[in-house]
Design a protein around this ligand. Structure first.
Ligand code: TXA
Ligand code: MG
Length: 350
């Protein structure tokens, strides 16, 4: 079953759509991260998808559509809350969990009666989904547990020989996965933070609650029962040990034994005062001792390149990665969640 496949890297959307219709596995770009697509109505294709990713079978997949016209192909009923969110944020980085249509294979939803649905905002993905003209299940196109992929080259690094096609697209614009909102209960529940923030959702649906898991300071990997099955598995982890720090100085202190095997990934501070600027220059000089040093100017840039930077640190054989924690404003909340998960710590609550 797990034989080596000849993975073809292609540019042609129609060829990729034909492959999806034939039950084959096709990775494609979206605005969040690359997805690994398979026909959500074809059990054999879905089985192969789980196998290729090494994904636990109890972790359901998100179904992707080209347009809201297709909603009835994936959902049995779409509650008003989901309609409101889809109207405002789709196409875009939002997934709504609603009651599943019987034609969506049970393997896709890991036996749940609900399904996550997303309409991506990426011209190539829209065209591919339109041509395939069926619901396409697409988890992030990475080996299970590894950082997601935001370039086709990274998809090839993880999945070459395991999937049929990689449709070449550019770098994913947002860089972290969609916001997931469960719309099946009385109150919508935010299950995963993403580029659509809790505040934006609450401006339309004030009753929305964030899912509250472990206390902030528990520091424990999650083991208890969770509303989104994916939350119980390790995620986004590079091979290097990830440490969360507040500043470069903190990283420098922790890495002083062997800085050349350490990466620092941080956020440039806006220097308004001369003194701050001098301190920053000093940090930069010493920071040069890190084996790999990346500083982003904005949180969006940090988010866009986050997974690729973790992967690059692995390619450069770094043993430790120091991630400078970002603040909790809009996209920062989502990025911070991924930083904690990359470090093997799950933190919830907004
Ligand atoms: O941005 C994205 O959402 C990307 C791109 C490719 O669209 N996809 C993605 O898929 O991140 P994946 O499989 O890596 O993450 C899907 C998350 C998992 O945490 C899963 O447990 C949750 O969505 N999920 C899927 N269906 C669900 C359901 N019916 N109920 C609760 N959670 C669900
Ligand atoms: Mg994933």
């Amino acid at each position: 079953m797990n034989q080596l496949t000849n993975t073809k890297i292609i540019d042609d959307c129609s060829q990729a759509a034909r492959a999806l219709k034939d039950g084959l596995l096709v990775a494609f770009a979206t605005e969040t991260v690359y997805g690994l697509g398979a026909d959500a109505t074809n059990p054999r294709a879905i089985q192969r998808l789980f196998l290729a990713k090494g994904r636990p079978s109890d972790n359901p997949l998100i179904v992707h559509l080209s347009h809201s016209d297709q909603l009835t192909q994936a959902a049995l009923c779409v509650p008003d809350s989901a309609k409101i969110l889809l109207d405002h944020f789709s196409p875009g980085p939002l997934t709504v969990v609603v009651e599943k249509h019987p034609q969506i294979n049970d393997l896709v939803t890991a036996g749940l009666k609900t399904v996550g649905i997303r309409i991506p905002d990426h011209p190539q993905a829209t065209e591919l989904l339109r041509l395939a003209n069926r619901p396409i299940a697409a988890p992030s196109a990475n080996l299970s547990g590894r950082p997601s992929c935001t370039t086709w080259q990274s998809v090839a690094e993880d999945l070459q020989g395991k999937i049929d096609y990689i449709l070449k697209g550019g770098v994913s614009r947002i860089g972290i996965e969609s916001t997931v909102v469960d719309c099946t209960g009385e109150q919508p529940v935010l299950l995963r933070a993403g580029a659509v923030s809790l505040e934006q959702i609450r401006s339309l649906l004030p009753q929305t609650i964030p899912w509250q898991g472990l206390p902030r300071d528990s520091g424990l990997a999650i083991t208890i029962s969770l509303p989104s099955p994916g939350l119980r598995h390790p995620h986004y982890q590079p091979k290097a040990h990830v440490h969360l720090v507040n500043s470069m100085v903190e990283a420098m202190q922790l890495s002083k034994e062997d800085p050349s095997s350490c990466a620092f990934v941080g956020l440039m501070r806006q220097c308004t005062k001369r003194q701050t600027s001098c301190q920053k220059d000093a940090e930069r000089v010493v920071g040069g001792e890190f084996g790999f040093l990346v500083e982003f100017e904005t949180i969006s840039e940090y988010a866009r390149h986050f997974y690729e930077t973790l992967r690059e640190a692995d390619r450069r054989k770094m043993r430790h990665i120091f991630l400078q924690l970002v603040g909790e404003d809009t996209l920062g909340t989502a990025l911070r969640d991924r930083q904690f998960r990359a470090a093997g710590v799950v933190q919830f609550g907004n």
